[in-house]
Design a protein around this ligand. Structure first.
Ligand code: ADE
Length: 411
């Protein structure tokens, strides 16, 4: 993770987070542990909760805890424990004094929403945060629409660099890896239906096509649907695609995308996987309602649902995010860039914001709301990764600069 290595060395010298509490709600993986180390090198006191009850790598939790990080996560916890872990990462129990966050780093929005819902006493202290996922950014925008978001949050998910490296290539490959590991199939010649052609869905579609699959895309957005068609994918309504797919992968950020009406027409042996952050895209309850027999773990992270007419559907990772549950998540090179951008954003927030609760502190220059990553931070991340990987690029000549600066020069 070369970018994070460079940033750790820089933060060790500049200590941008000296005395600050940074609370994260992230998939607790080896890559996340590296990020925690980088923030700590910059002086942060880091508390961490999991952003997904099934993606936690327990060996990483043990290593972080041994290293002095306040980490609240365990693989396979129930919903109540999951939220209790977030509460504990934020500090003492609801209503008690102490704890709290100066900066937050969220993945899906559960930390920010829990903080506002259950610990309004802690909101004032938060200088700002960043959000790693498309789902989380959508949630934050809904909070803003209701006037509910009490501090600035930077949409780290939305930068061009993150999209290129993480959402499209990283998630695309890792989702297919999760499907292959848990279903144990050959994709070549199979019909793969990808629901949703955003940055992640398009990466999944590209990766499946690269392995020889016939890829069908379903969309509700006309621009994305056209994009998929222009890239040579077949675009169909899901109701039609349901009858021809061998593998279904949801990547929409929406809910109940695959439901009873689709299960009713699917082929025997169809495989169902979700790439979205939350486990709401495949209506697992409806599937359970249709099933006469459920055979858990017929393969690792694969449960077989037999229907009354004898067809069997294979649900991967319980409908949770398949790249993190059935595989190791996005690879380190990818998380290096995604987390590197977030570390740069947190450094920028630490430098440019103050704790609003201090009466003599100047007002926070960033208003509560969702903010874009400053373009220069994204470019800095790209420059640092290129340098760390020994990738050289060209610079404009003075003549080219003059040409690009002038509106008078044409041909
Ligand atoms: N999100 C996707 N892949 C991840 C990983 N490997 N670690 C943490 N968060 C992730």
């Amino acid at each position: 993770m070369p970018l994070l290595r460079v940033l750790a060395a820089r933060f060790d010298g500049t200590r941008p987070f000296g005395g600050l509490n940074v609370v994260g709600c992230l998939n607790v993986t080896a890559e996340t542990a590296v990020l925690a180390g980088v923030l700590r090198a910059g002086g942060a006191k880091v508390s961490l909760a999991a952003s997904n009850p099934l993606s936690t790598q327990d060996d990483v939790v043990a290593a972080l805890a041994a290293d002095g990080v306040a980490v609240y996560a365990r693989a396979g916890v129930d919903r109540a424990t999951y939220y209790e872990h977030i509460a504990r990462a934020l500090g003492k129990g609801a209503g008690e004094v102490g704890g709290g966050a100066d900066l937050v780093i969220d993945d899906g929005g559960d930390l920010v929403s829990t903080l506002h819902d259950t610990r309004p006493d802690l909101v004032k202290r938060v200088r700002g945060g960043c959000e790693s996922t498309a789902t989380g950014v959508l949630r934050l925008r809904r909070m803003v629409a209701e006037g509910a978001l009490g501090f600035p949050v930077v949409a780290a998910n939305d930068t061009p660099v993150k999209r290129i490296v993480d959402n499209t290539r990283g998630t695309g490959q890792a989702v297919i890896e999760g499907v292959l590991r848990s279903a144990g199939i050959l994709l070549a010649g199979k019909t793969v239906v990808v629901a949703g052609f955003g940055a992640c869905g398009s990466g999944v579609a590209d990766c499946a096509r690269g392995l020889g699959a016939i890829v069908v895309v379903t969309e509700v957005d006309p621009v994305r649907a056209l994009d998929a068609r222009q890239r040579g994918f077949r675009v169909l309504p899901l109701a039609e695609a349901a009858a021809i797919g061998d593998v279904f992968i949801t990547a929409t950020g929406s809910s109940s995308v695959l439901g009873a009406e689709h299960f009713a027409v699917m082929r025997d042996g169809a495989i169902l996987a979700n790439a979205g952050h939350f486990d709401v895209e495949i209506d697992v309850r409806a599937l359970l309602g249709l099933a006469v027999i459920v055979e858990p773990a017929v393969r690792p992270h694969a449960d077989a649902y037999s229907l009354a007419d004898g067809r069997r559907l294979l649900l991967l990772a319980e409908g949770r995010v398949v790249n993190l549950v059935a595989a190791d998540g996005n690879p380190p090179e990818v998380m290096d860039v995604a987390f590197g951008i977030e570390a740069l954003v947190l450094e920028w927030l630490a430098r440019t914001t103050t704790t609003p609760a201090t009466p003599q502190a100047p007002p926070n220059p960033l208003a509560p709301g969702v903010h874009e990553v400053p373009a220069e931070l994204d470019a800095e991340a790209a420059r640092l990764v290129l340098a760390a990987t020994g990738t050289l690029i060209d610079t404009l000549t003075p003549g080219q600069l003059a040409y690009l600066d002038s509106w008078r020069l044409g041909s």
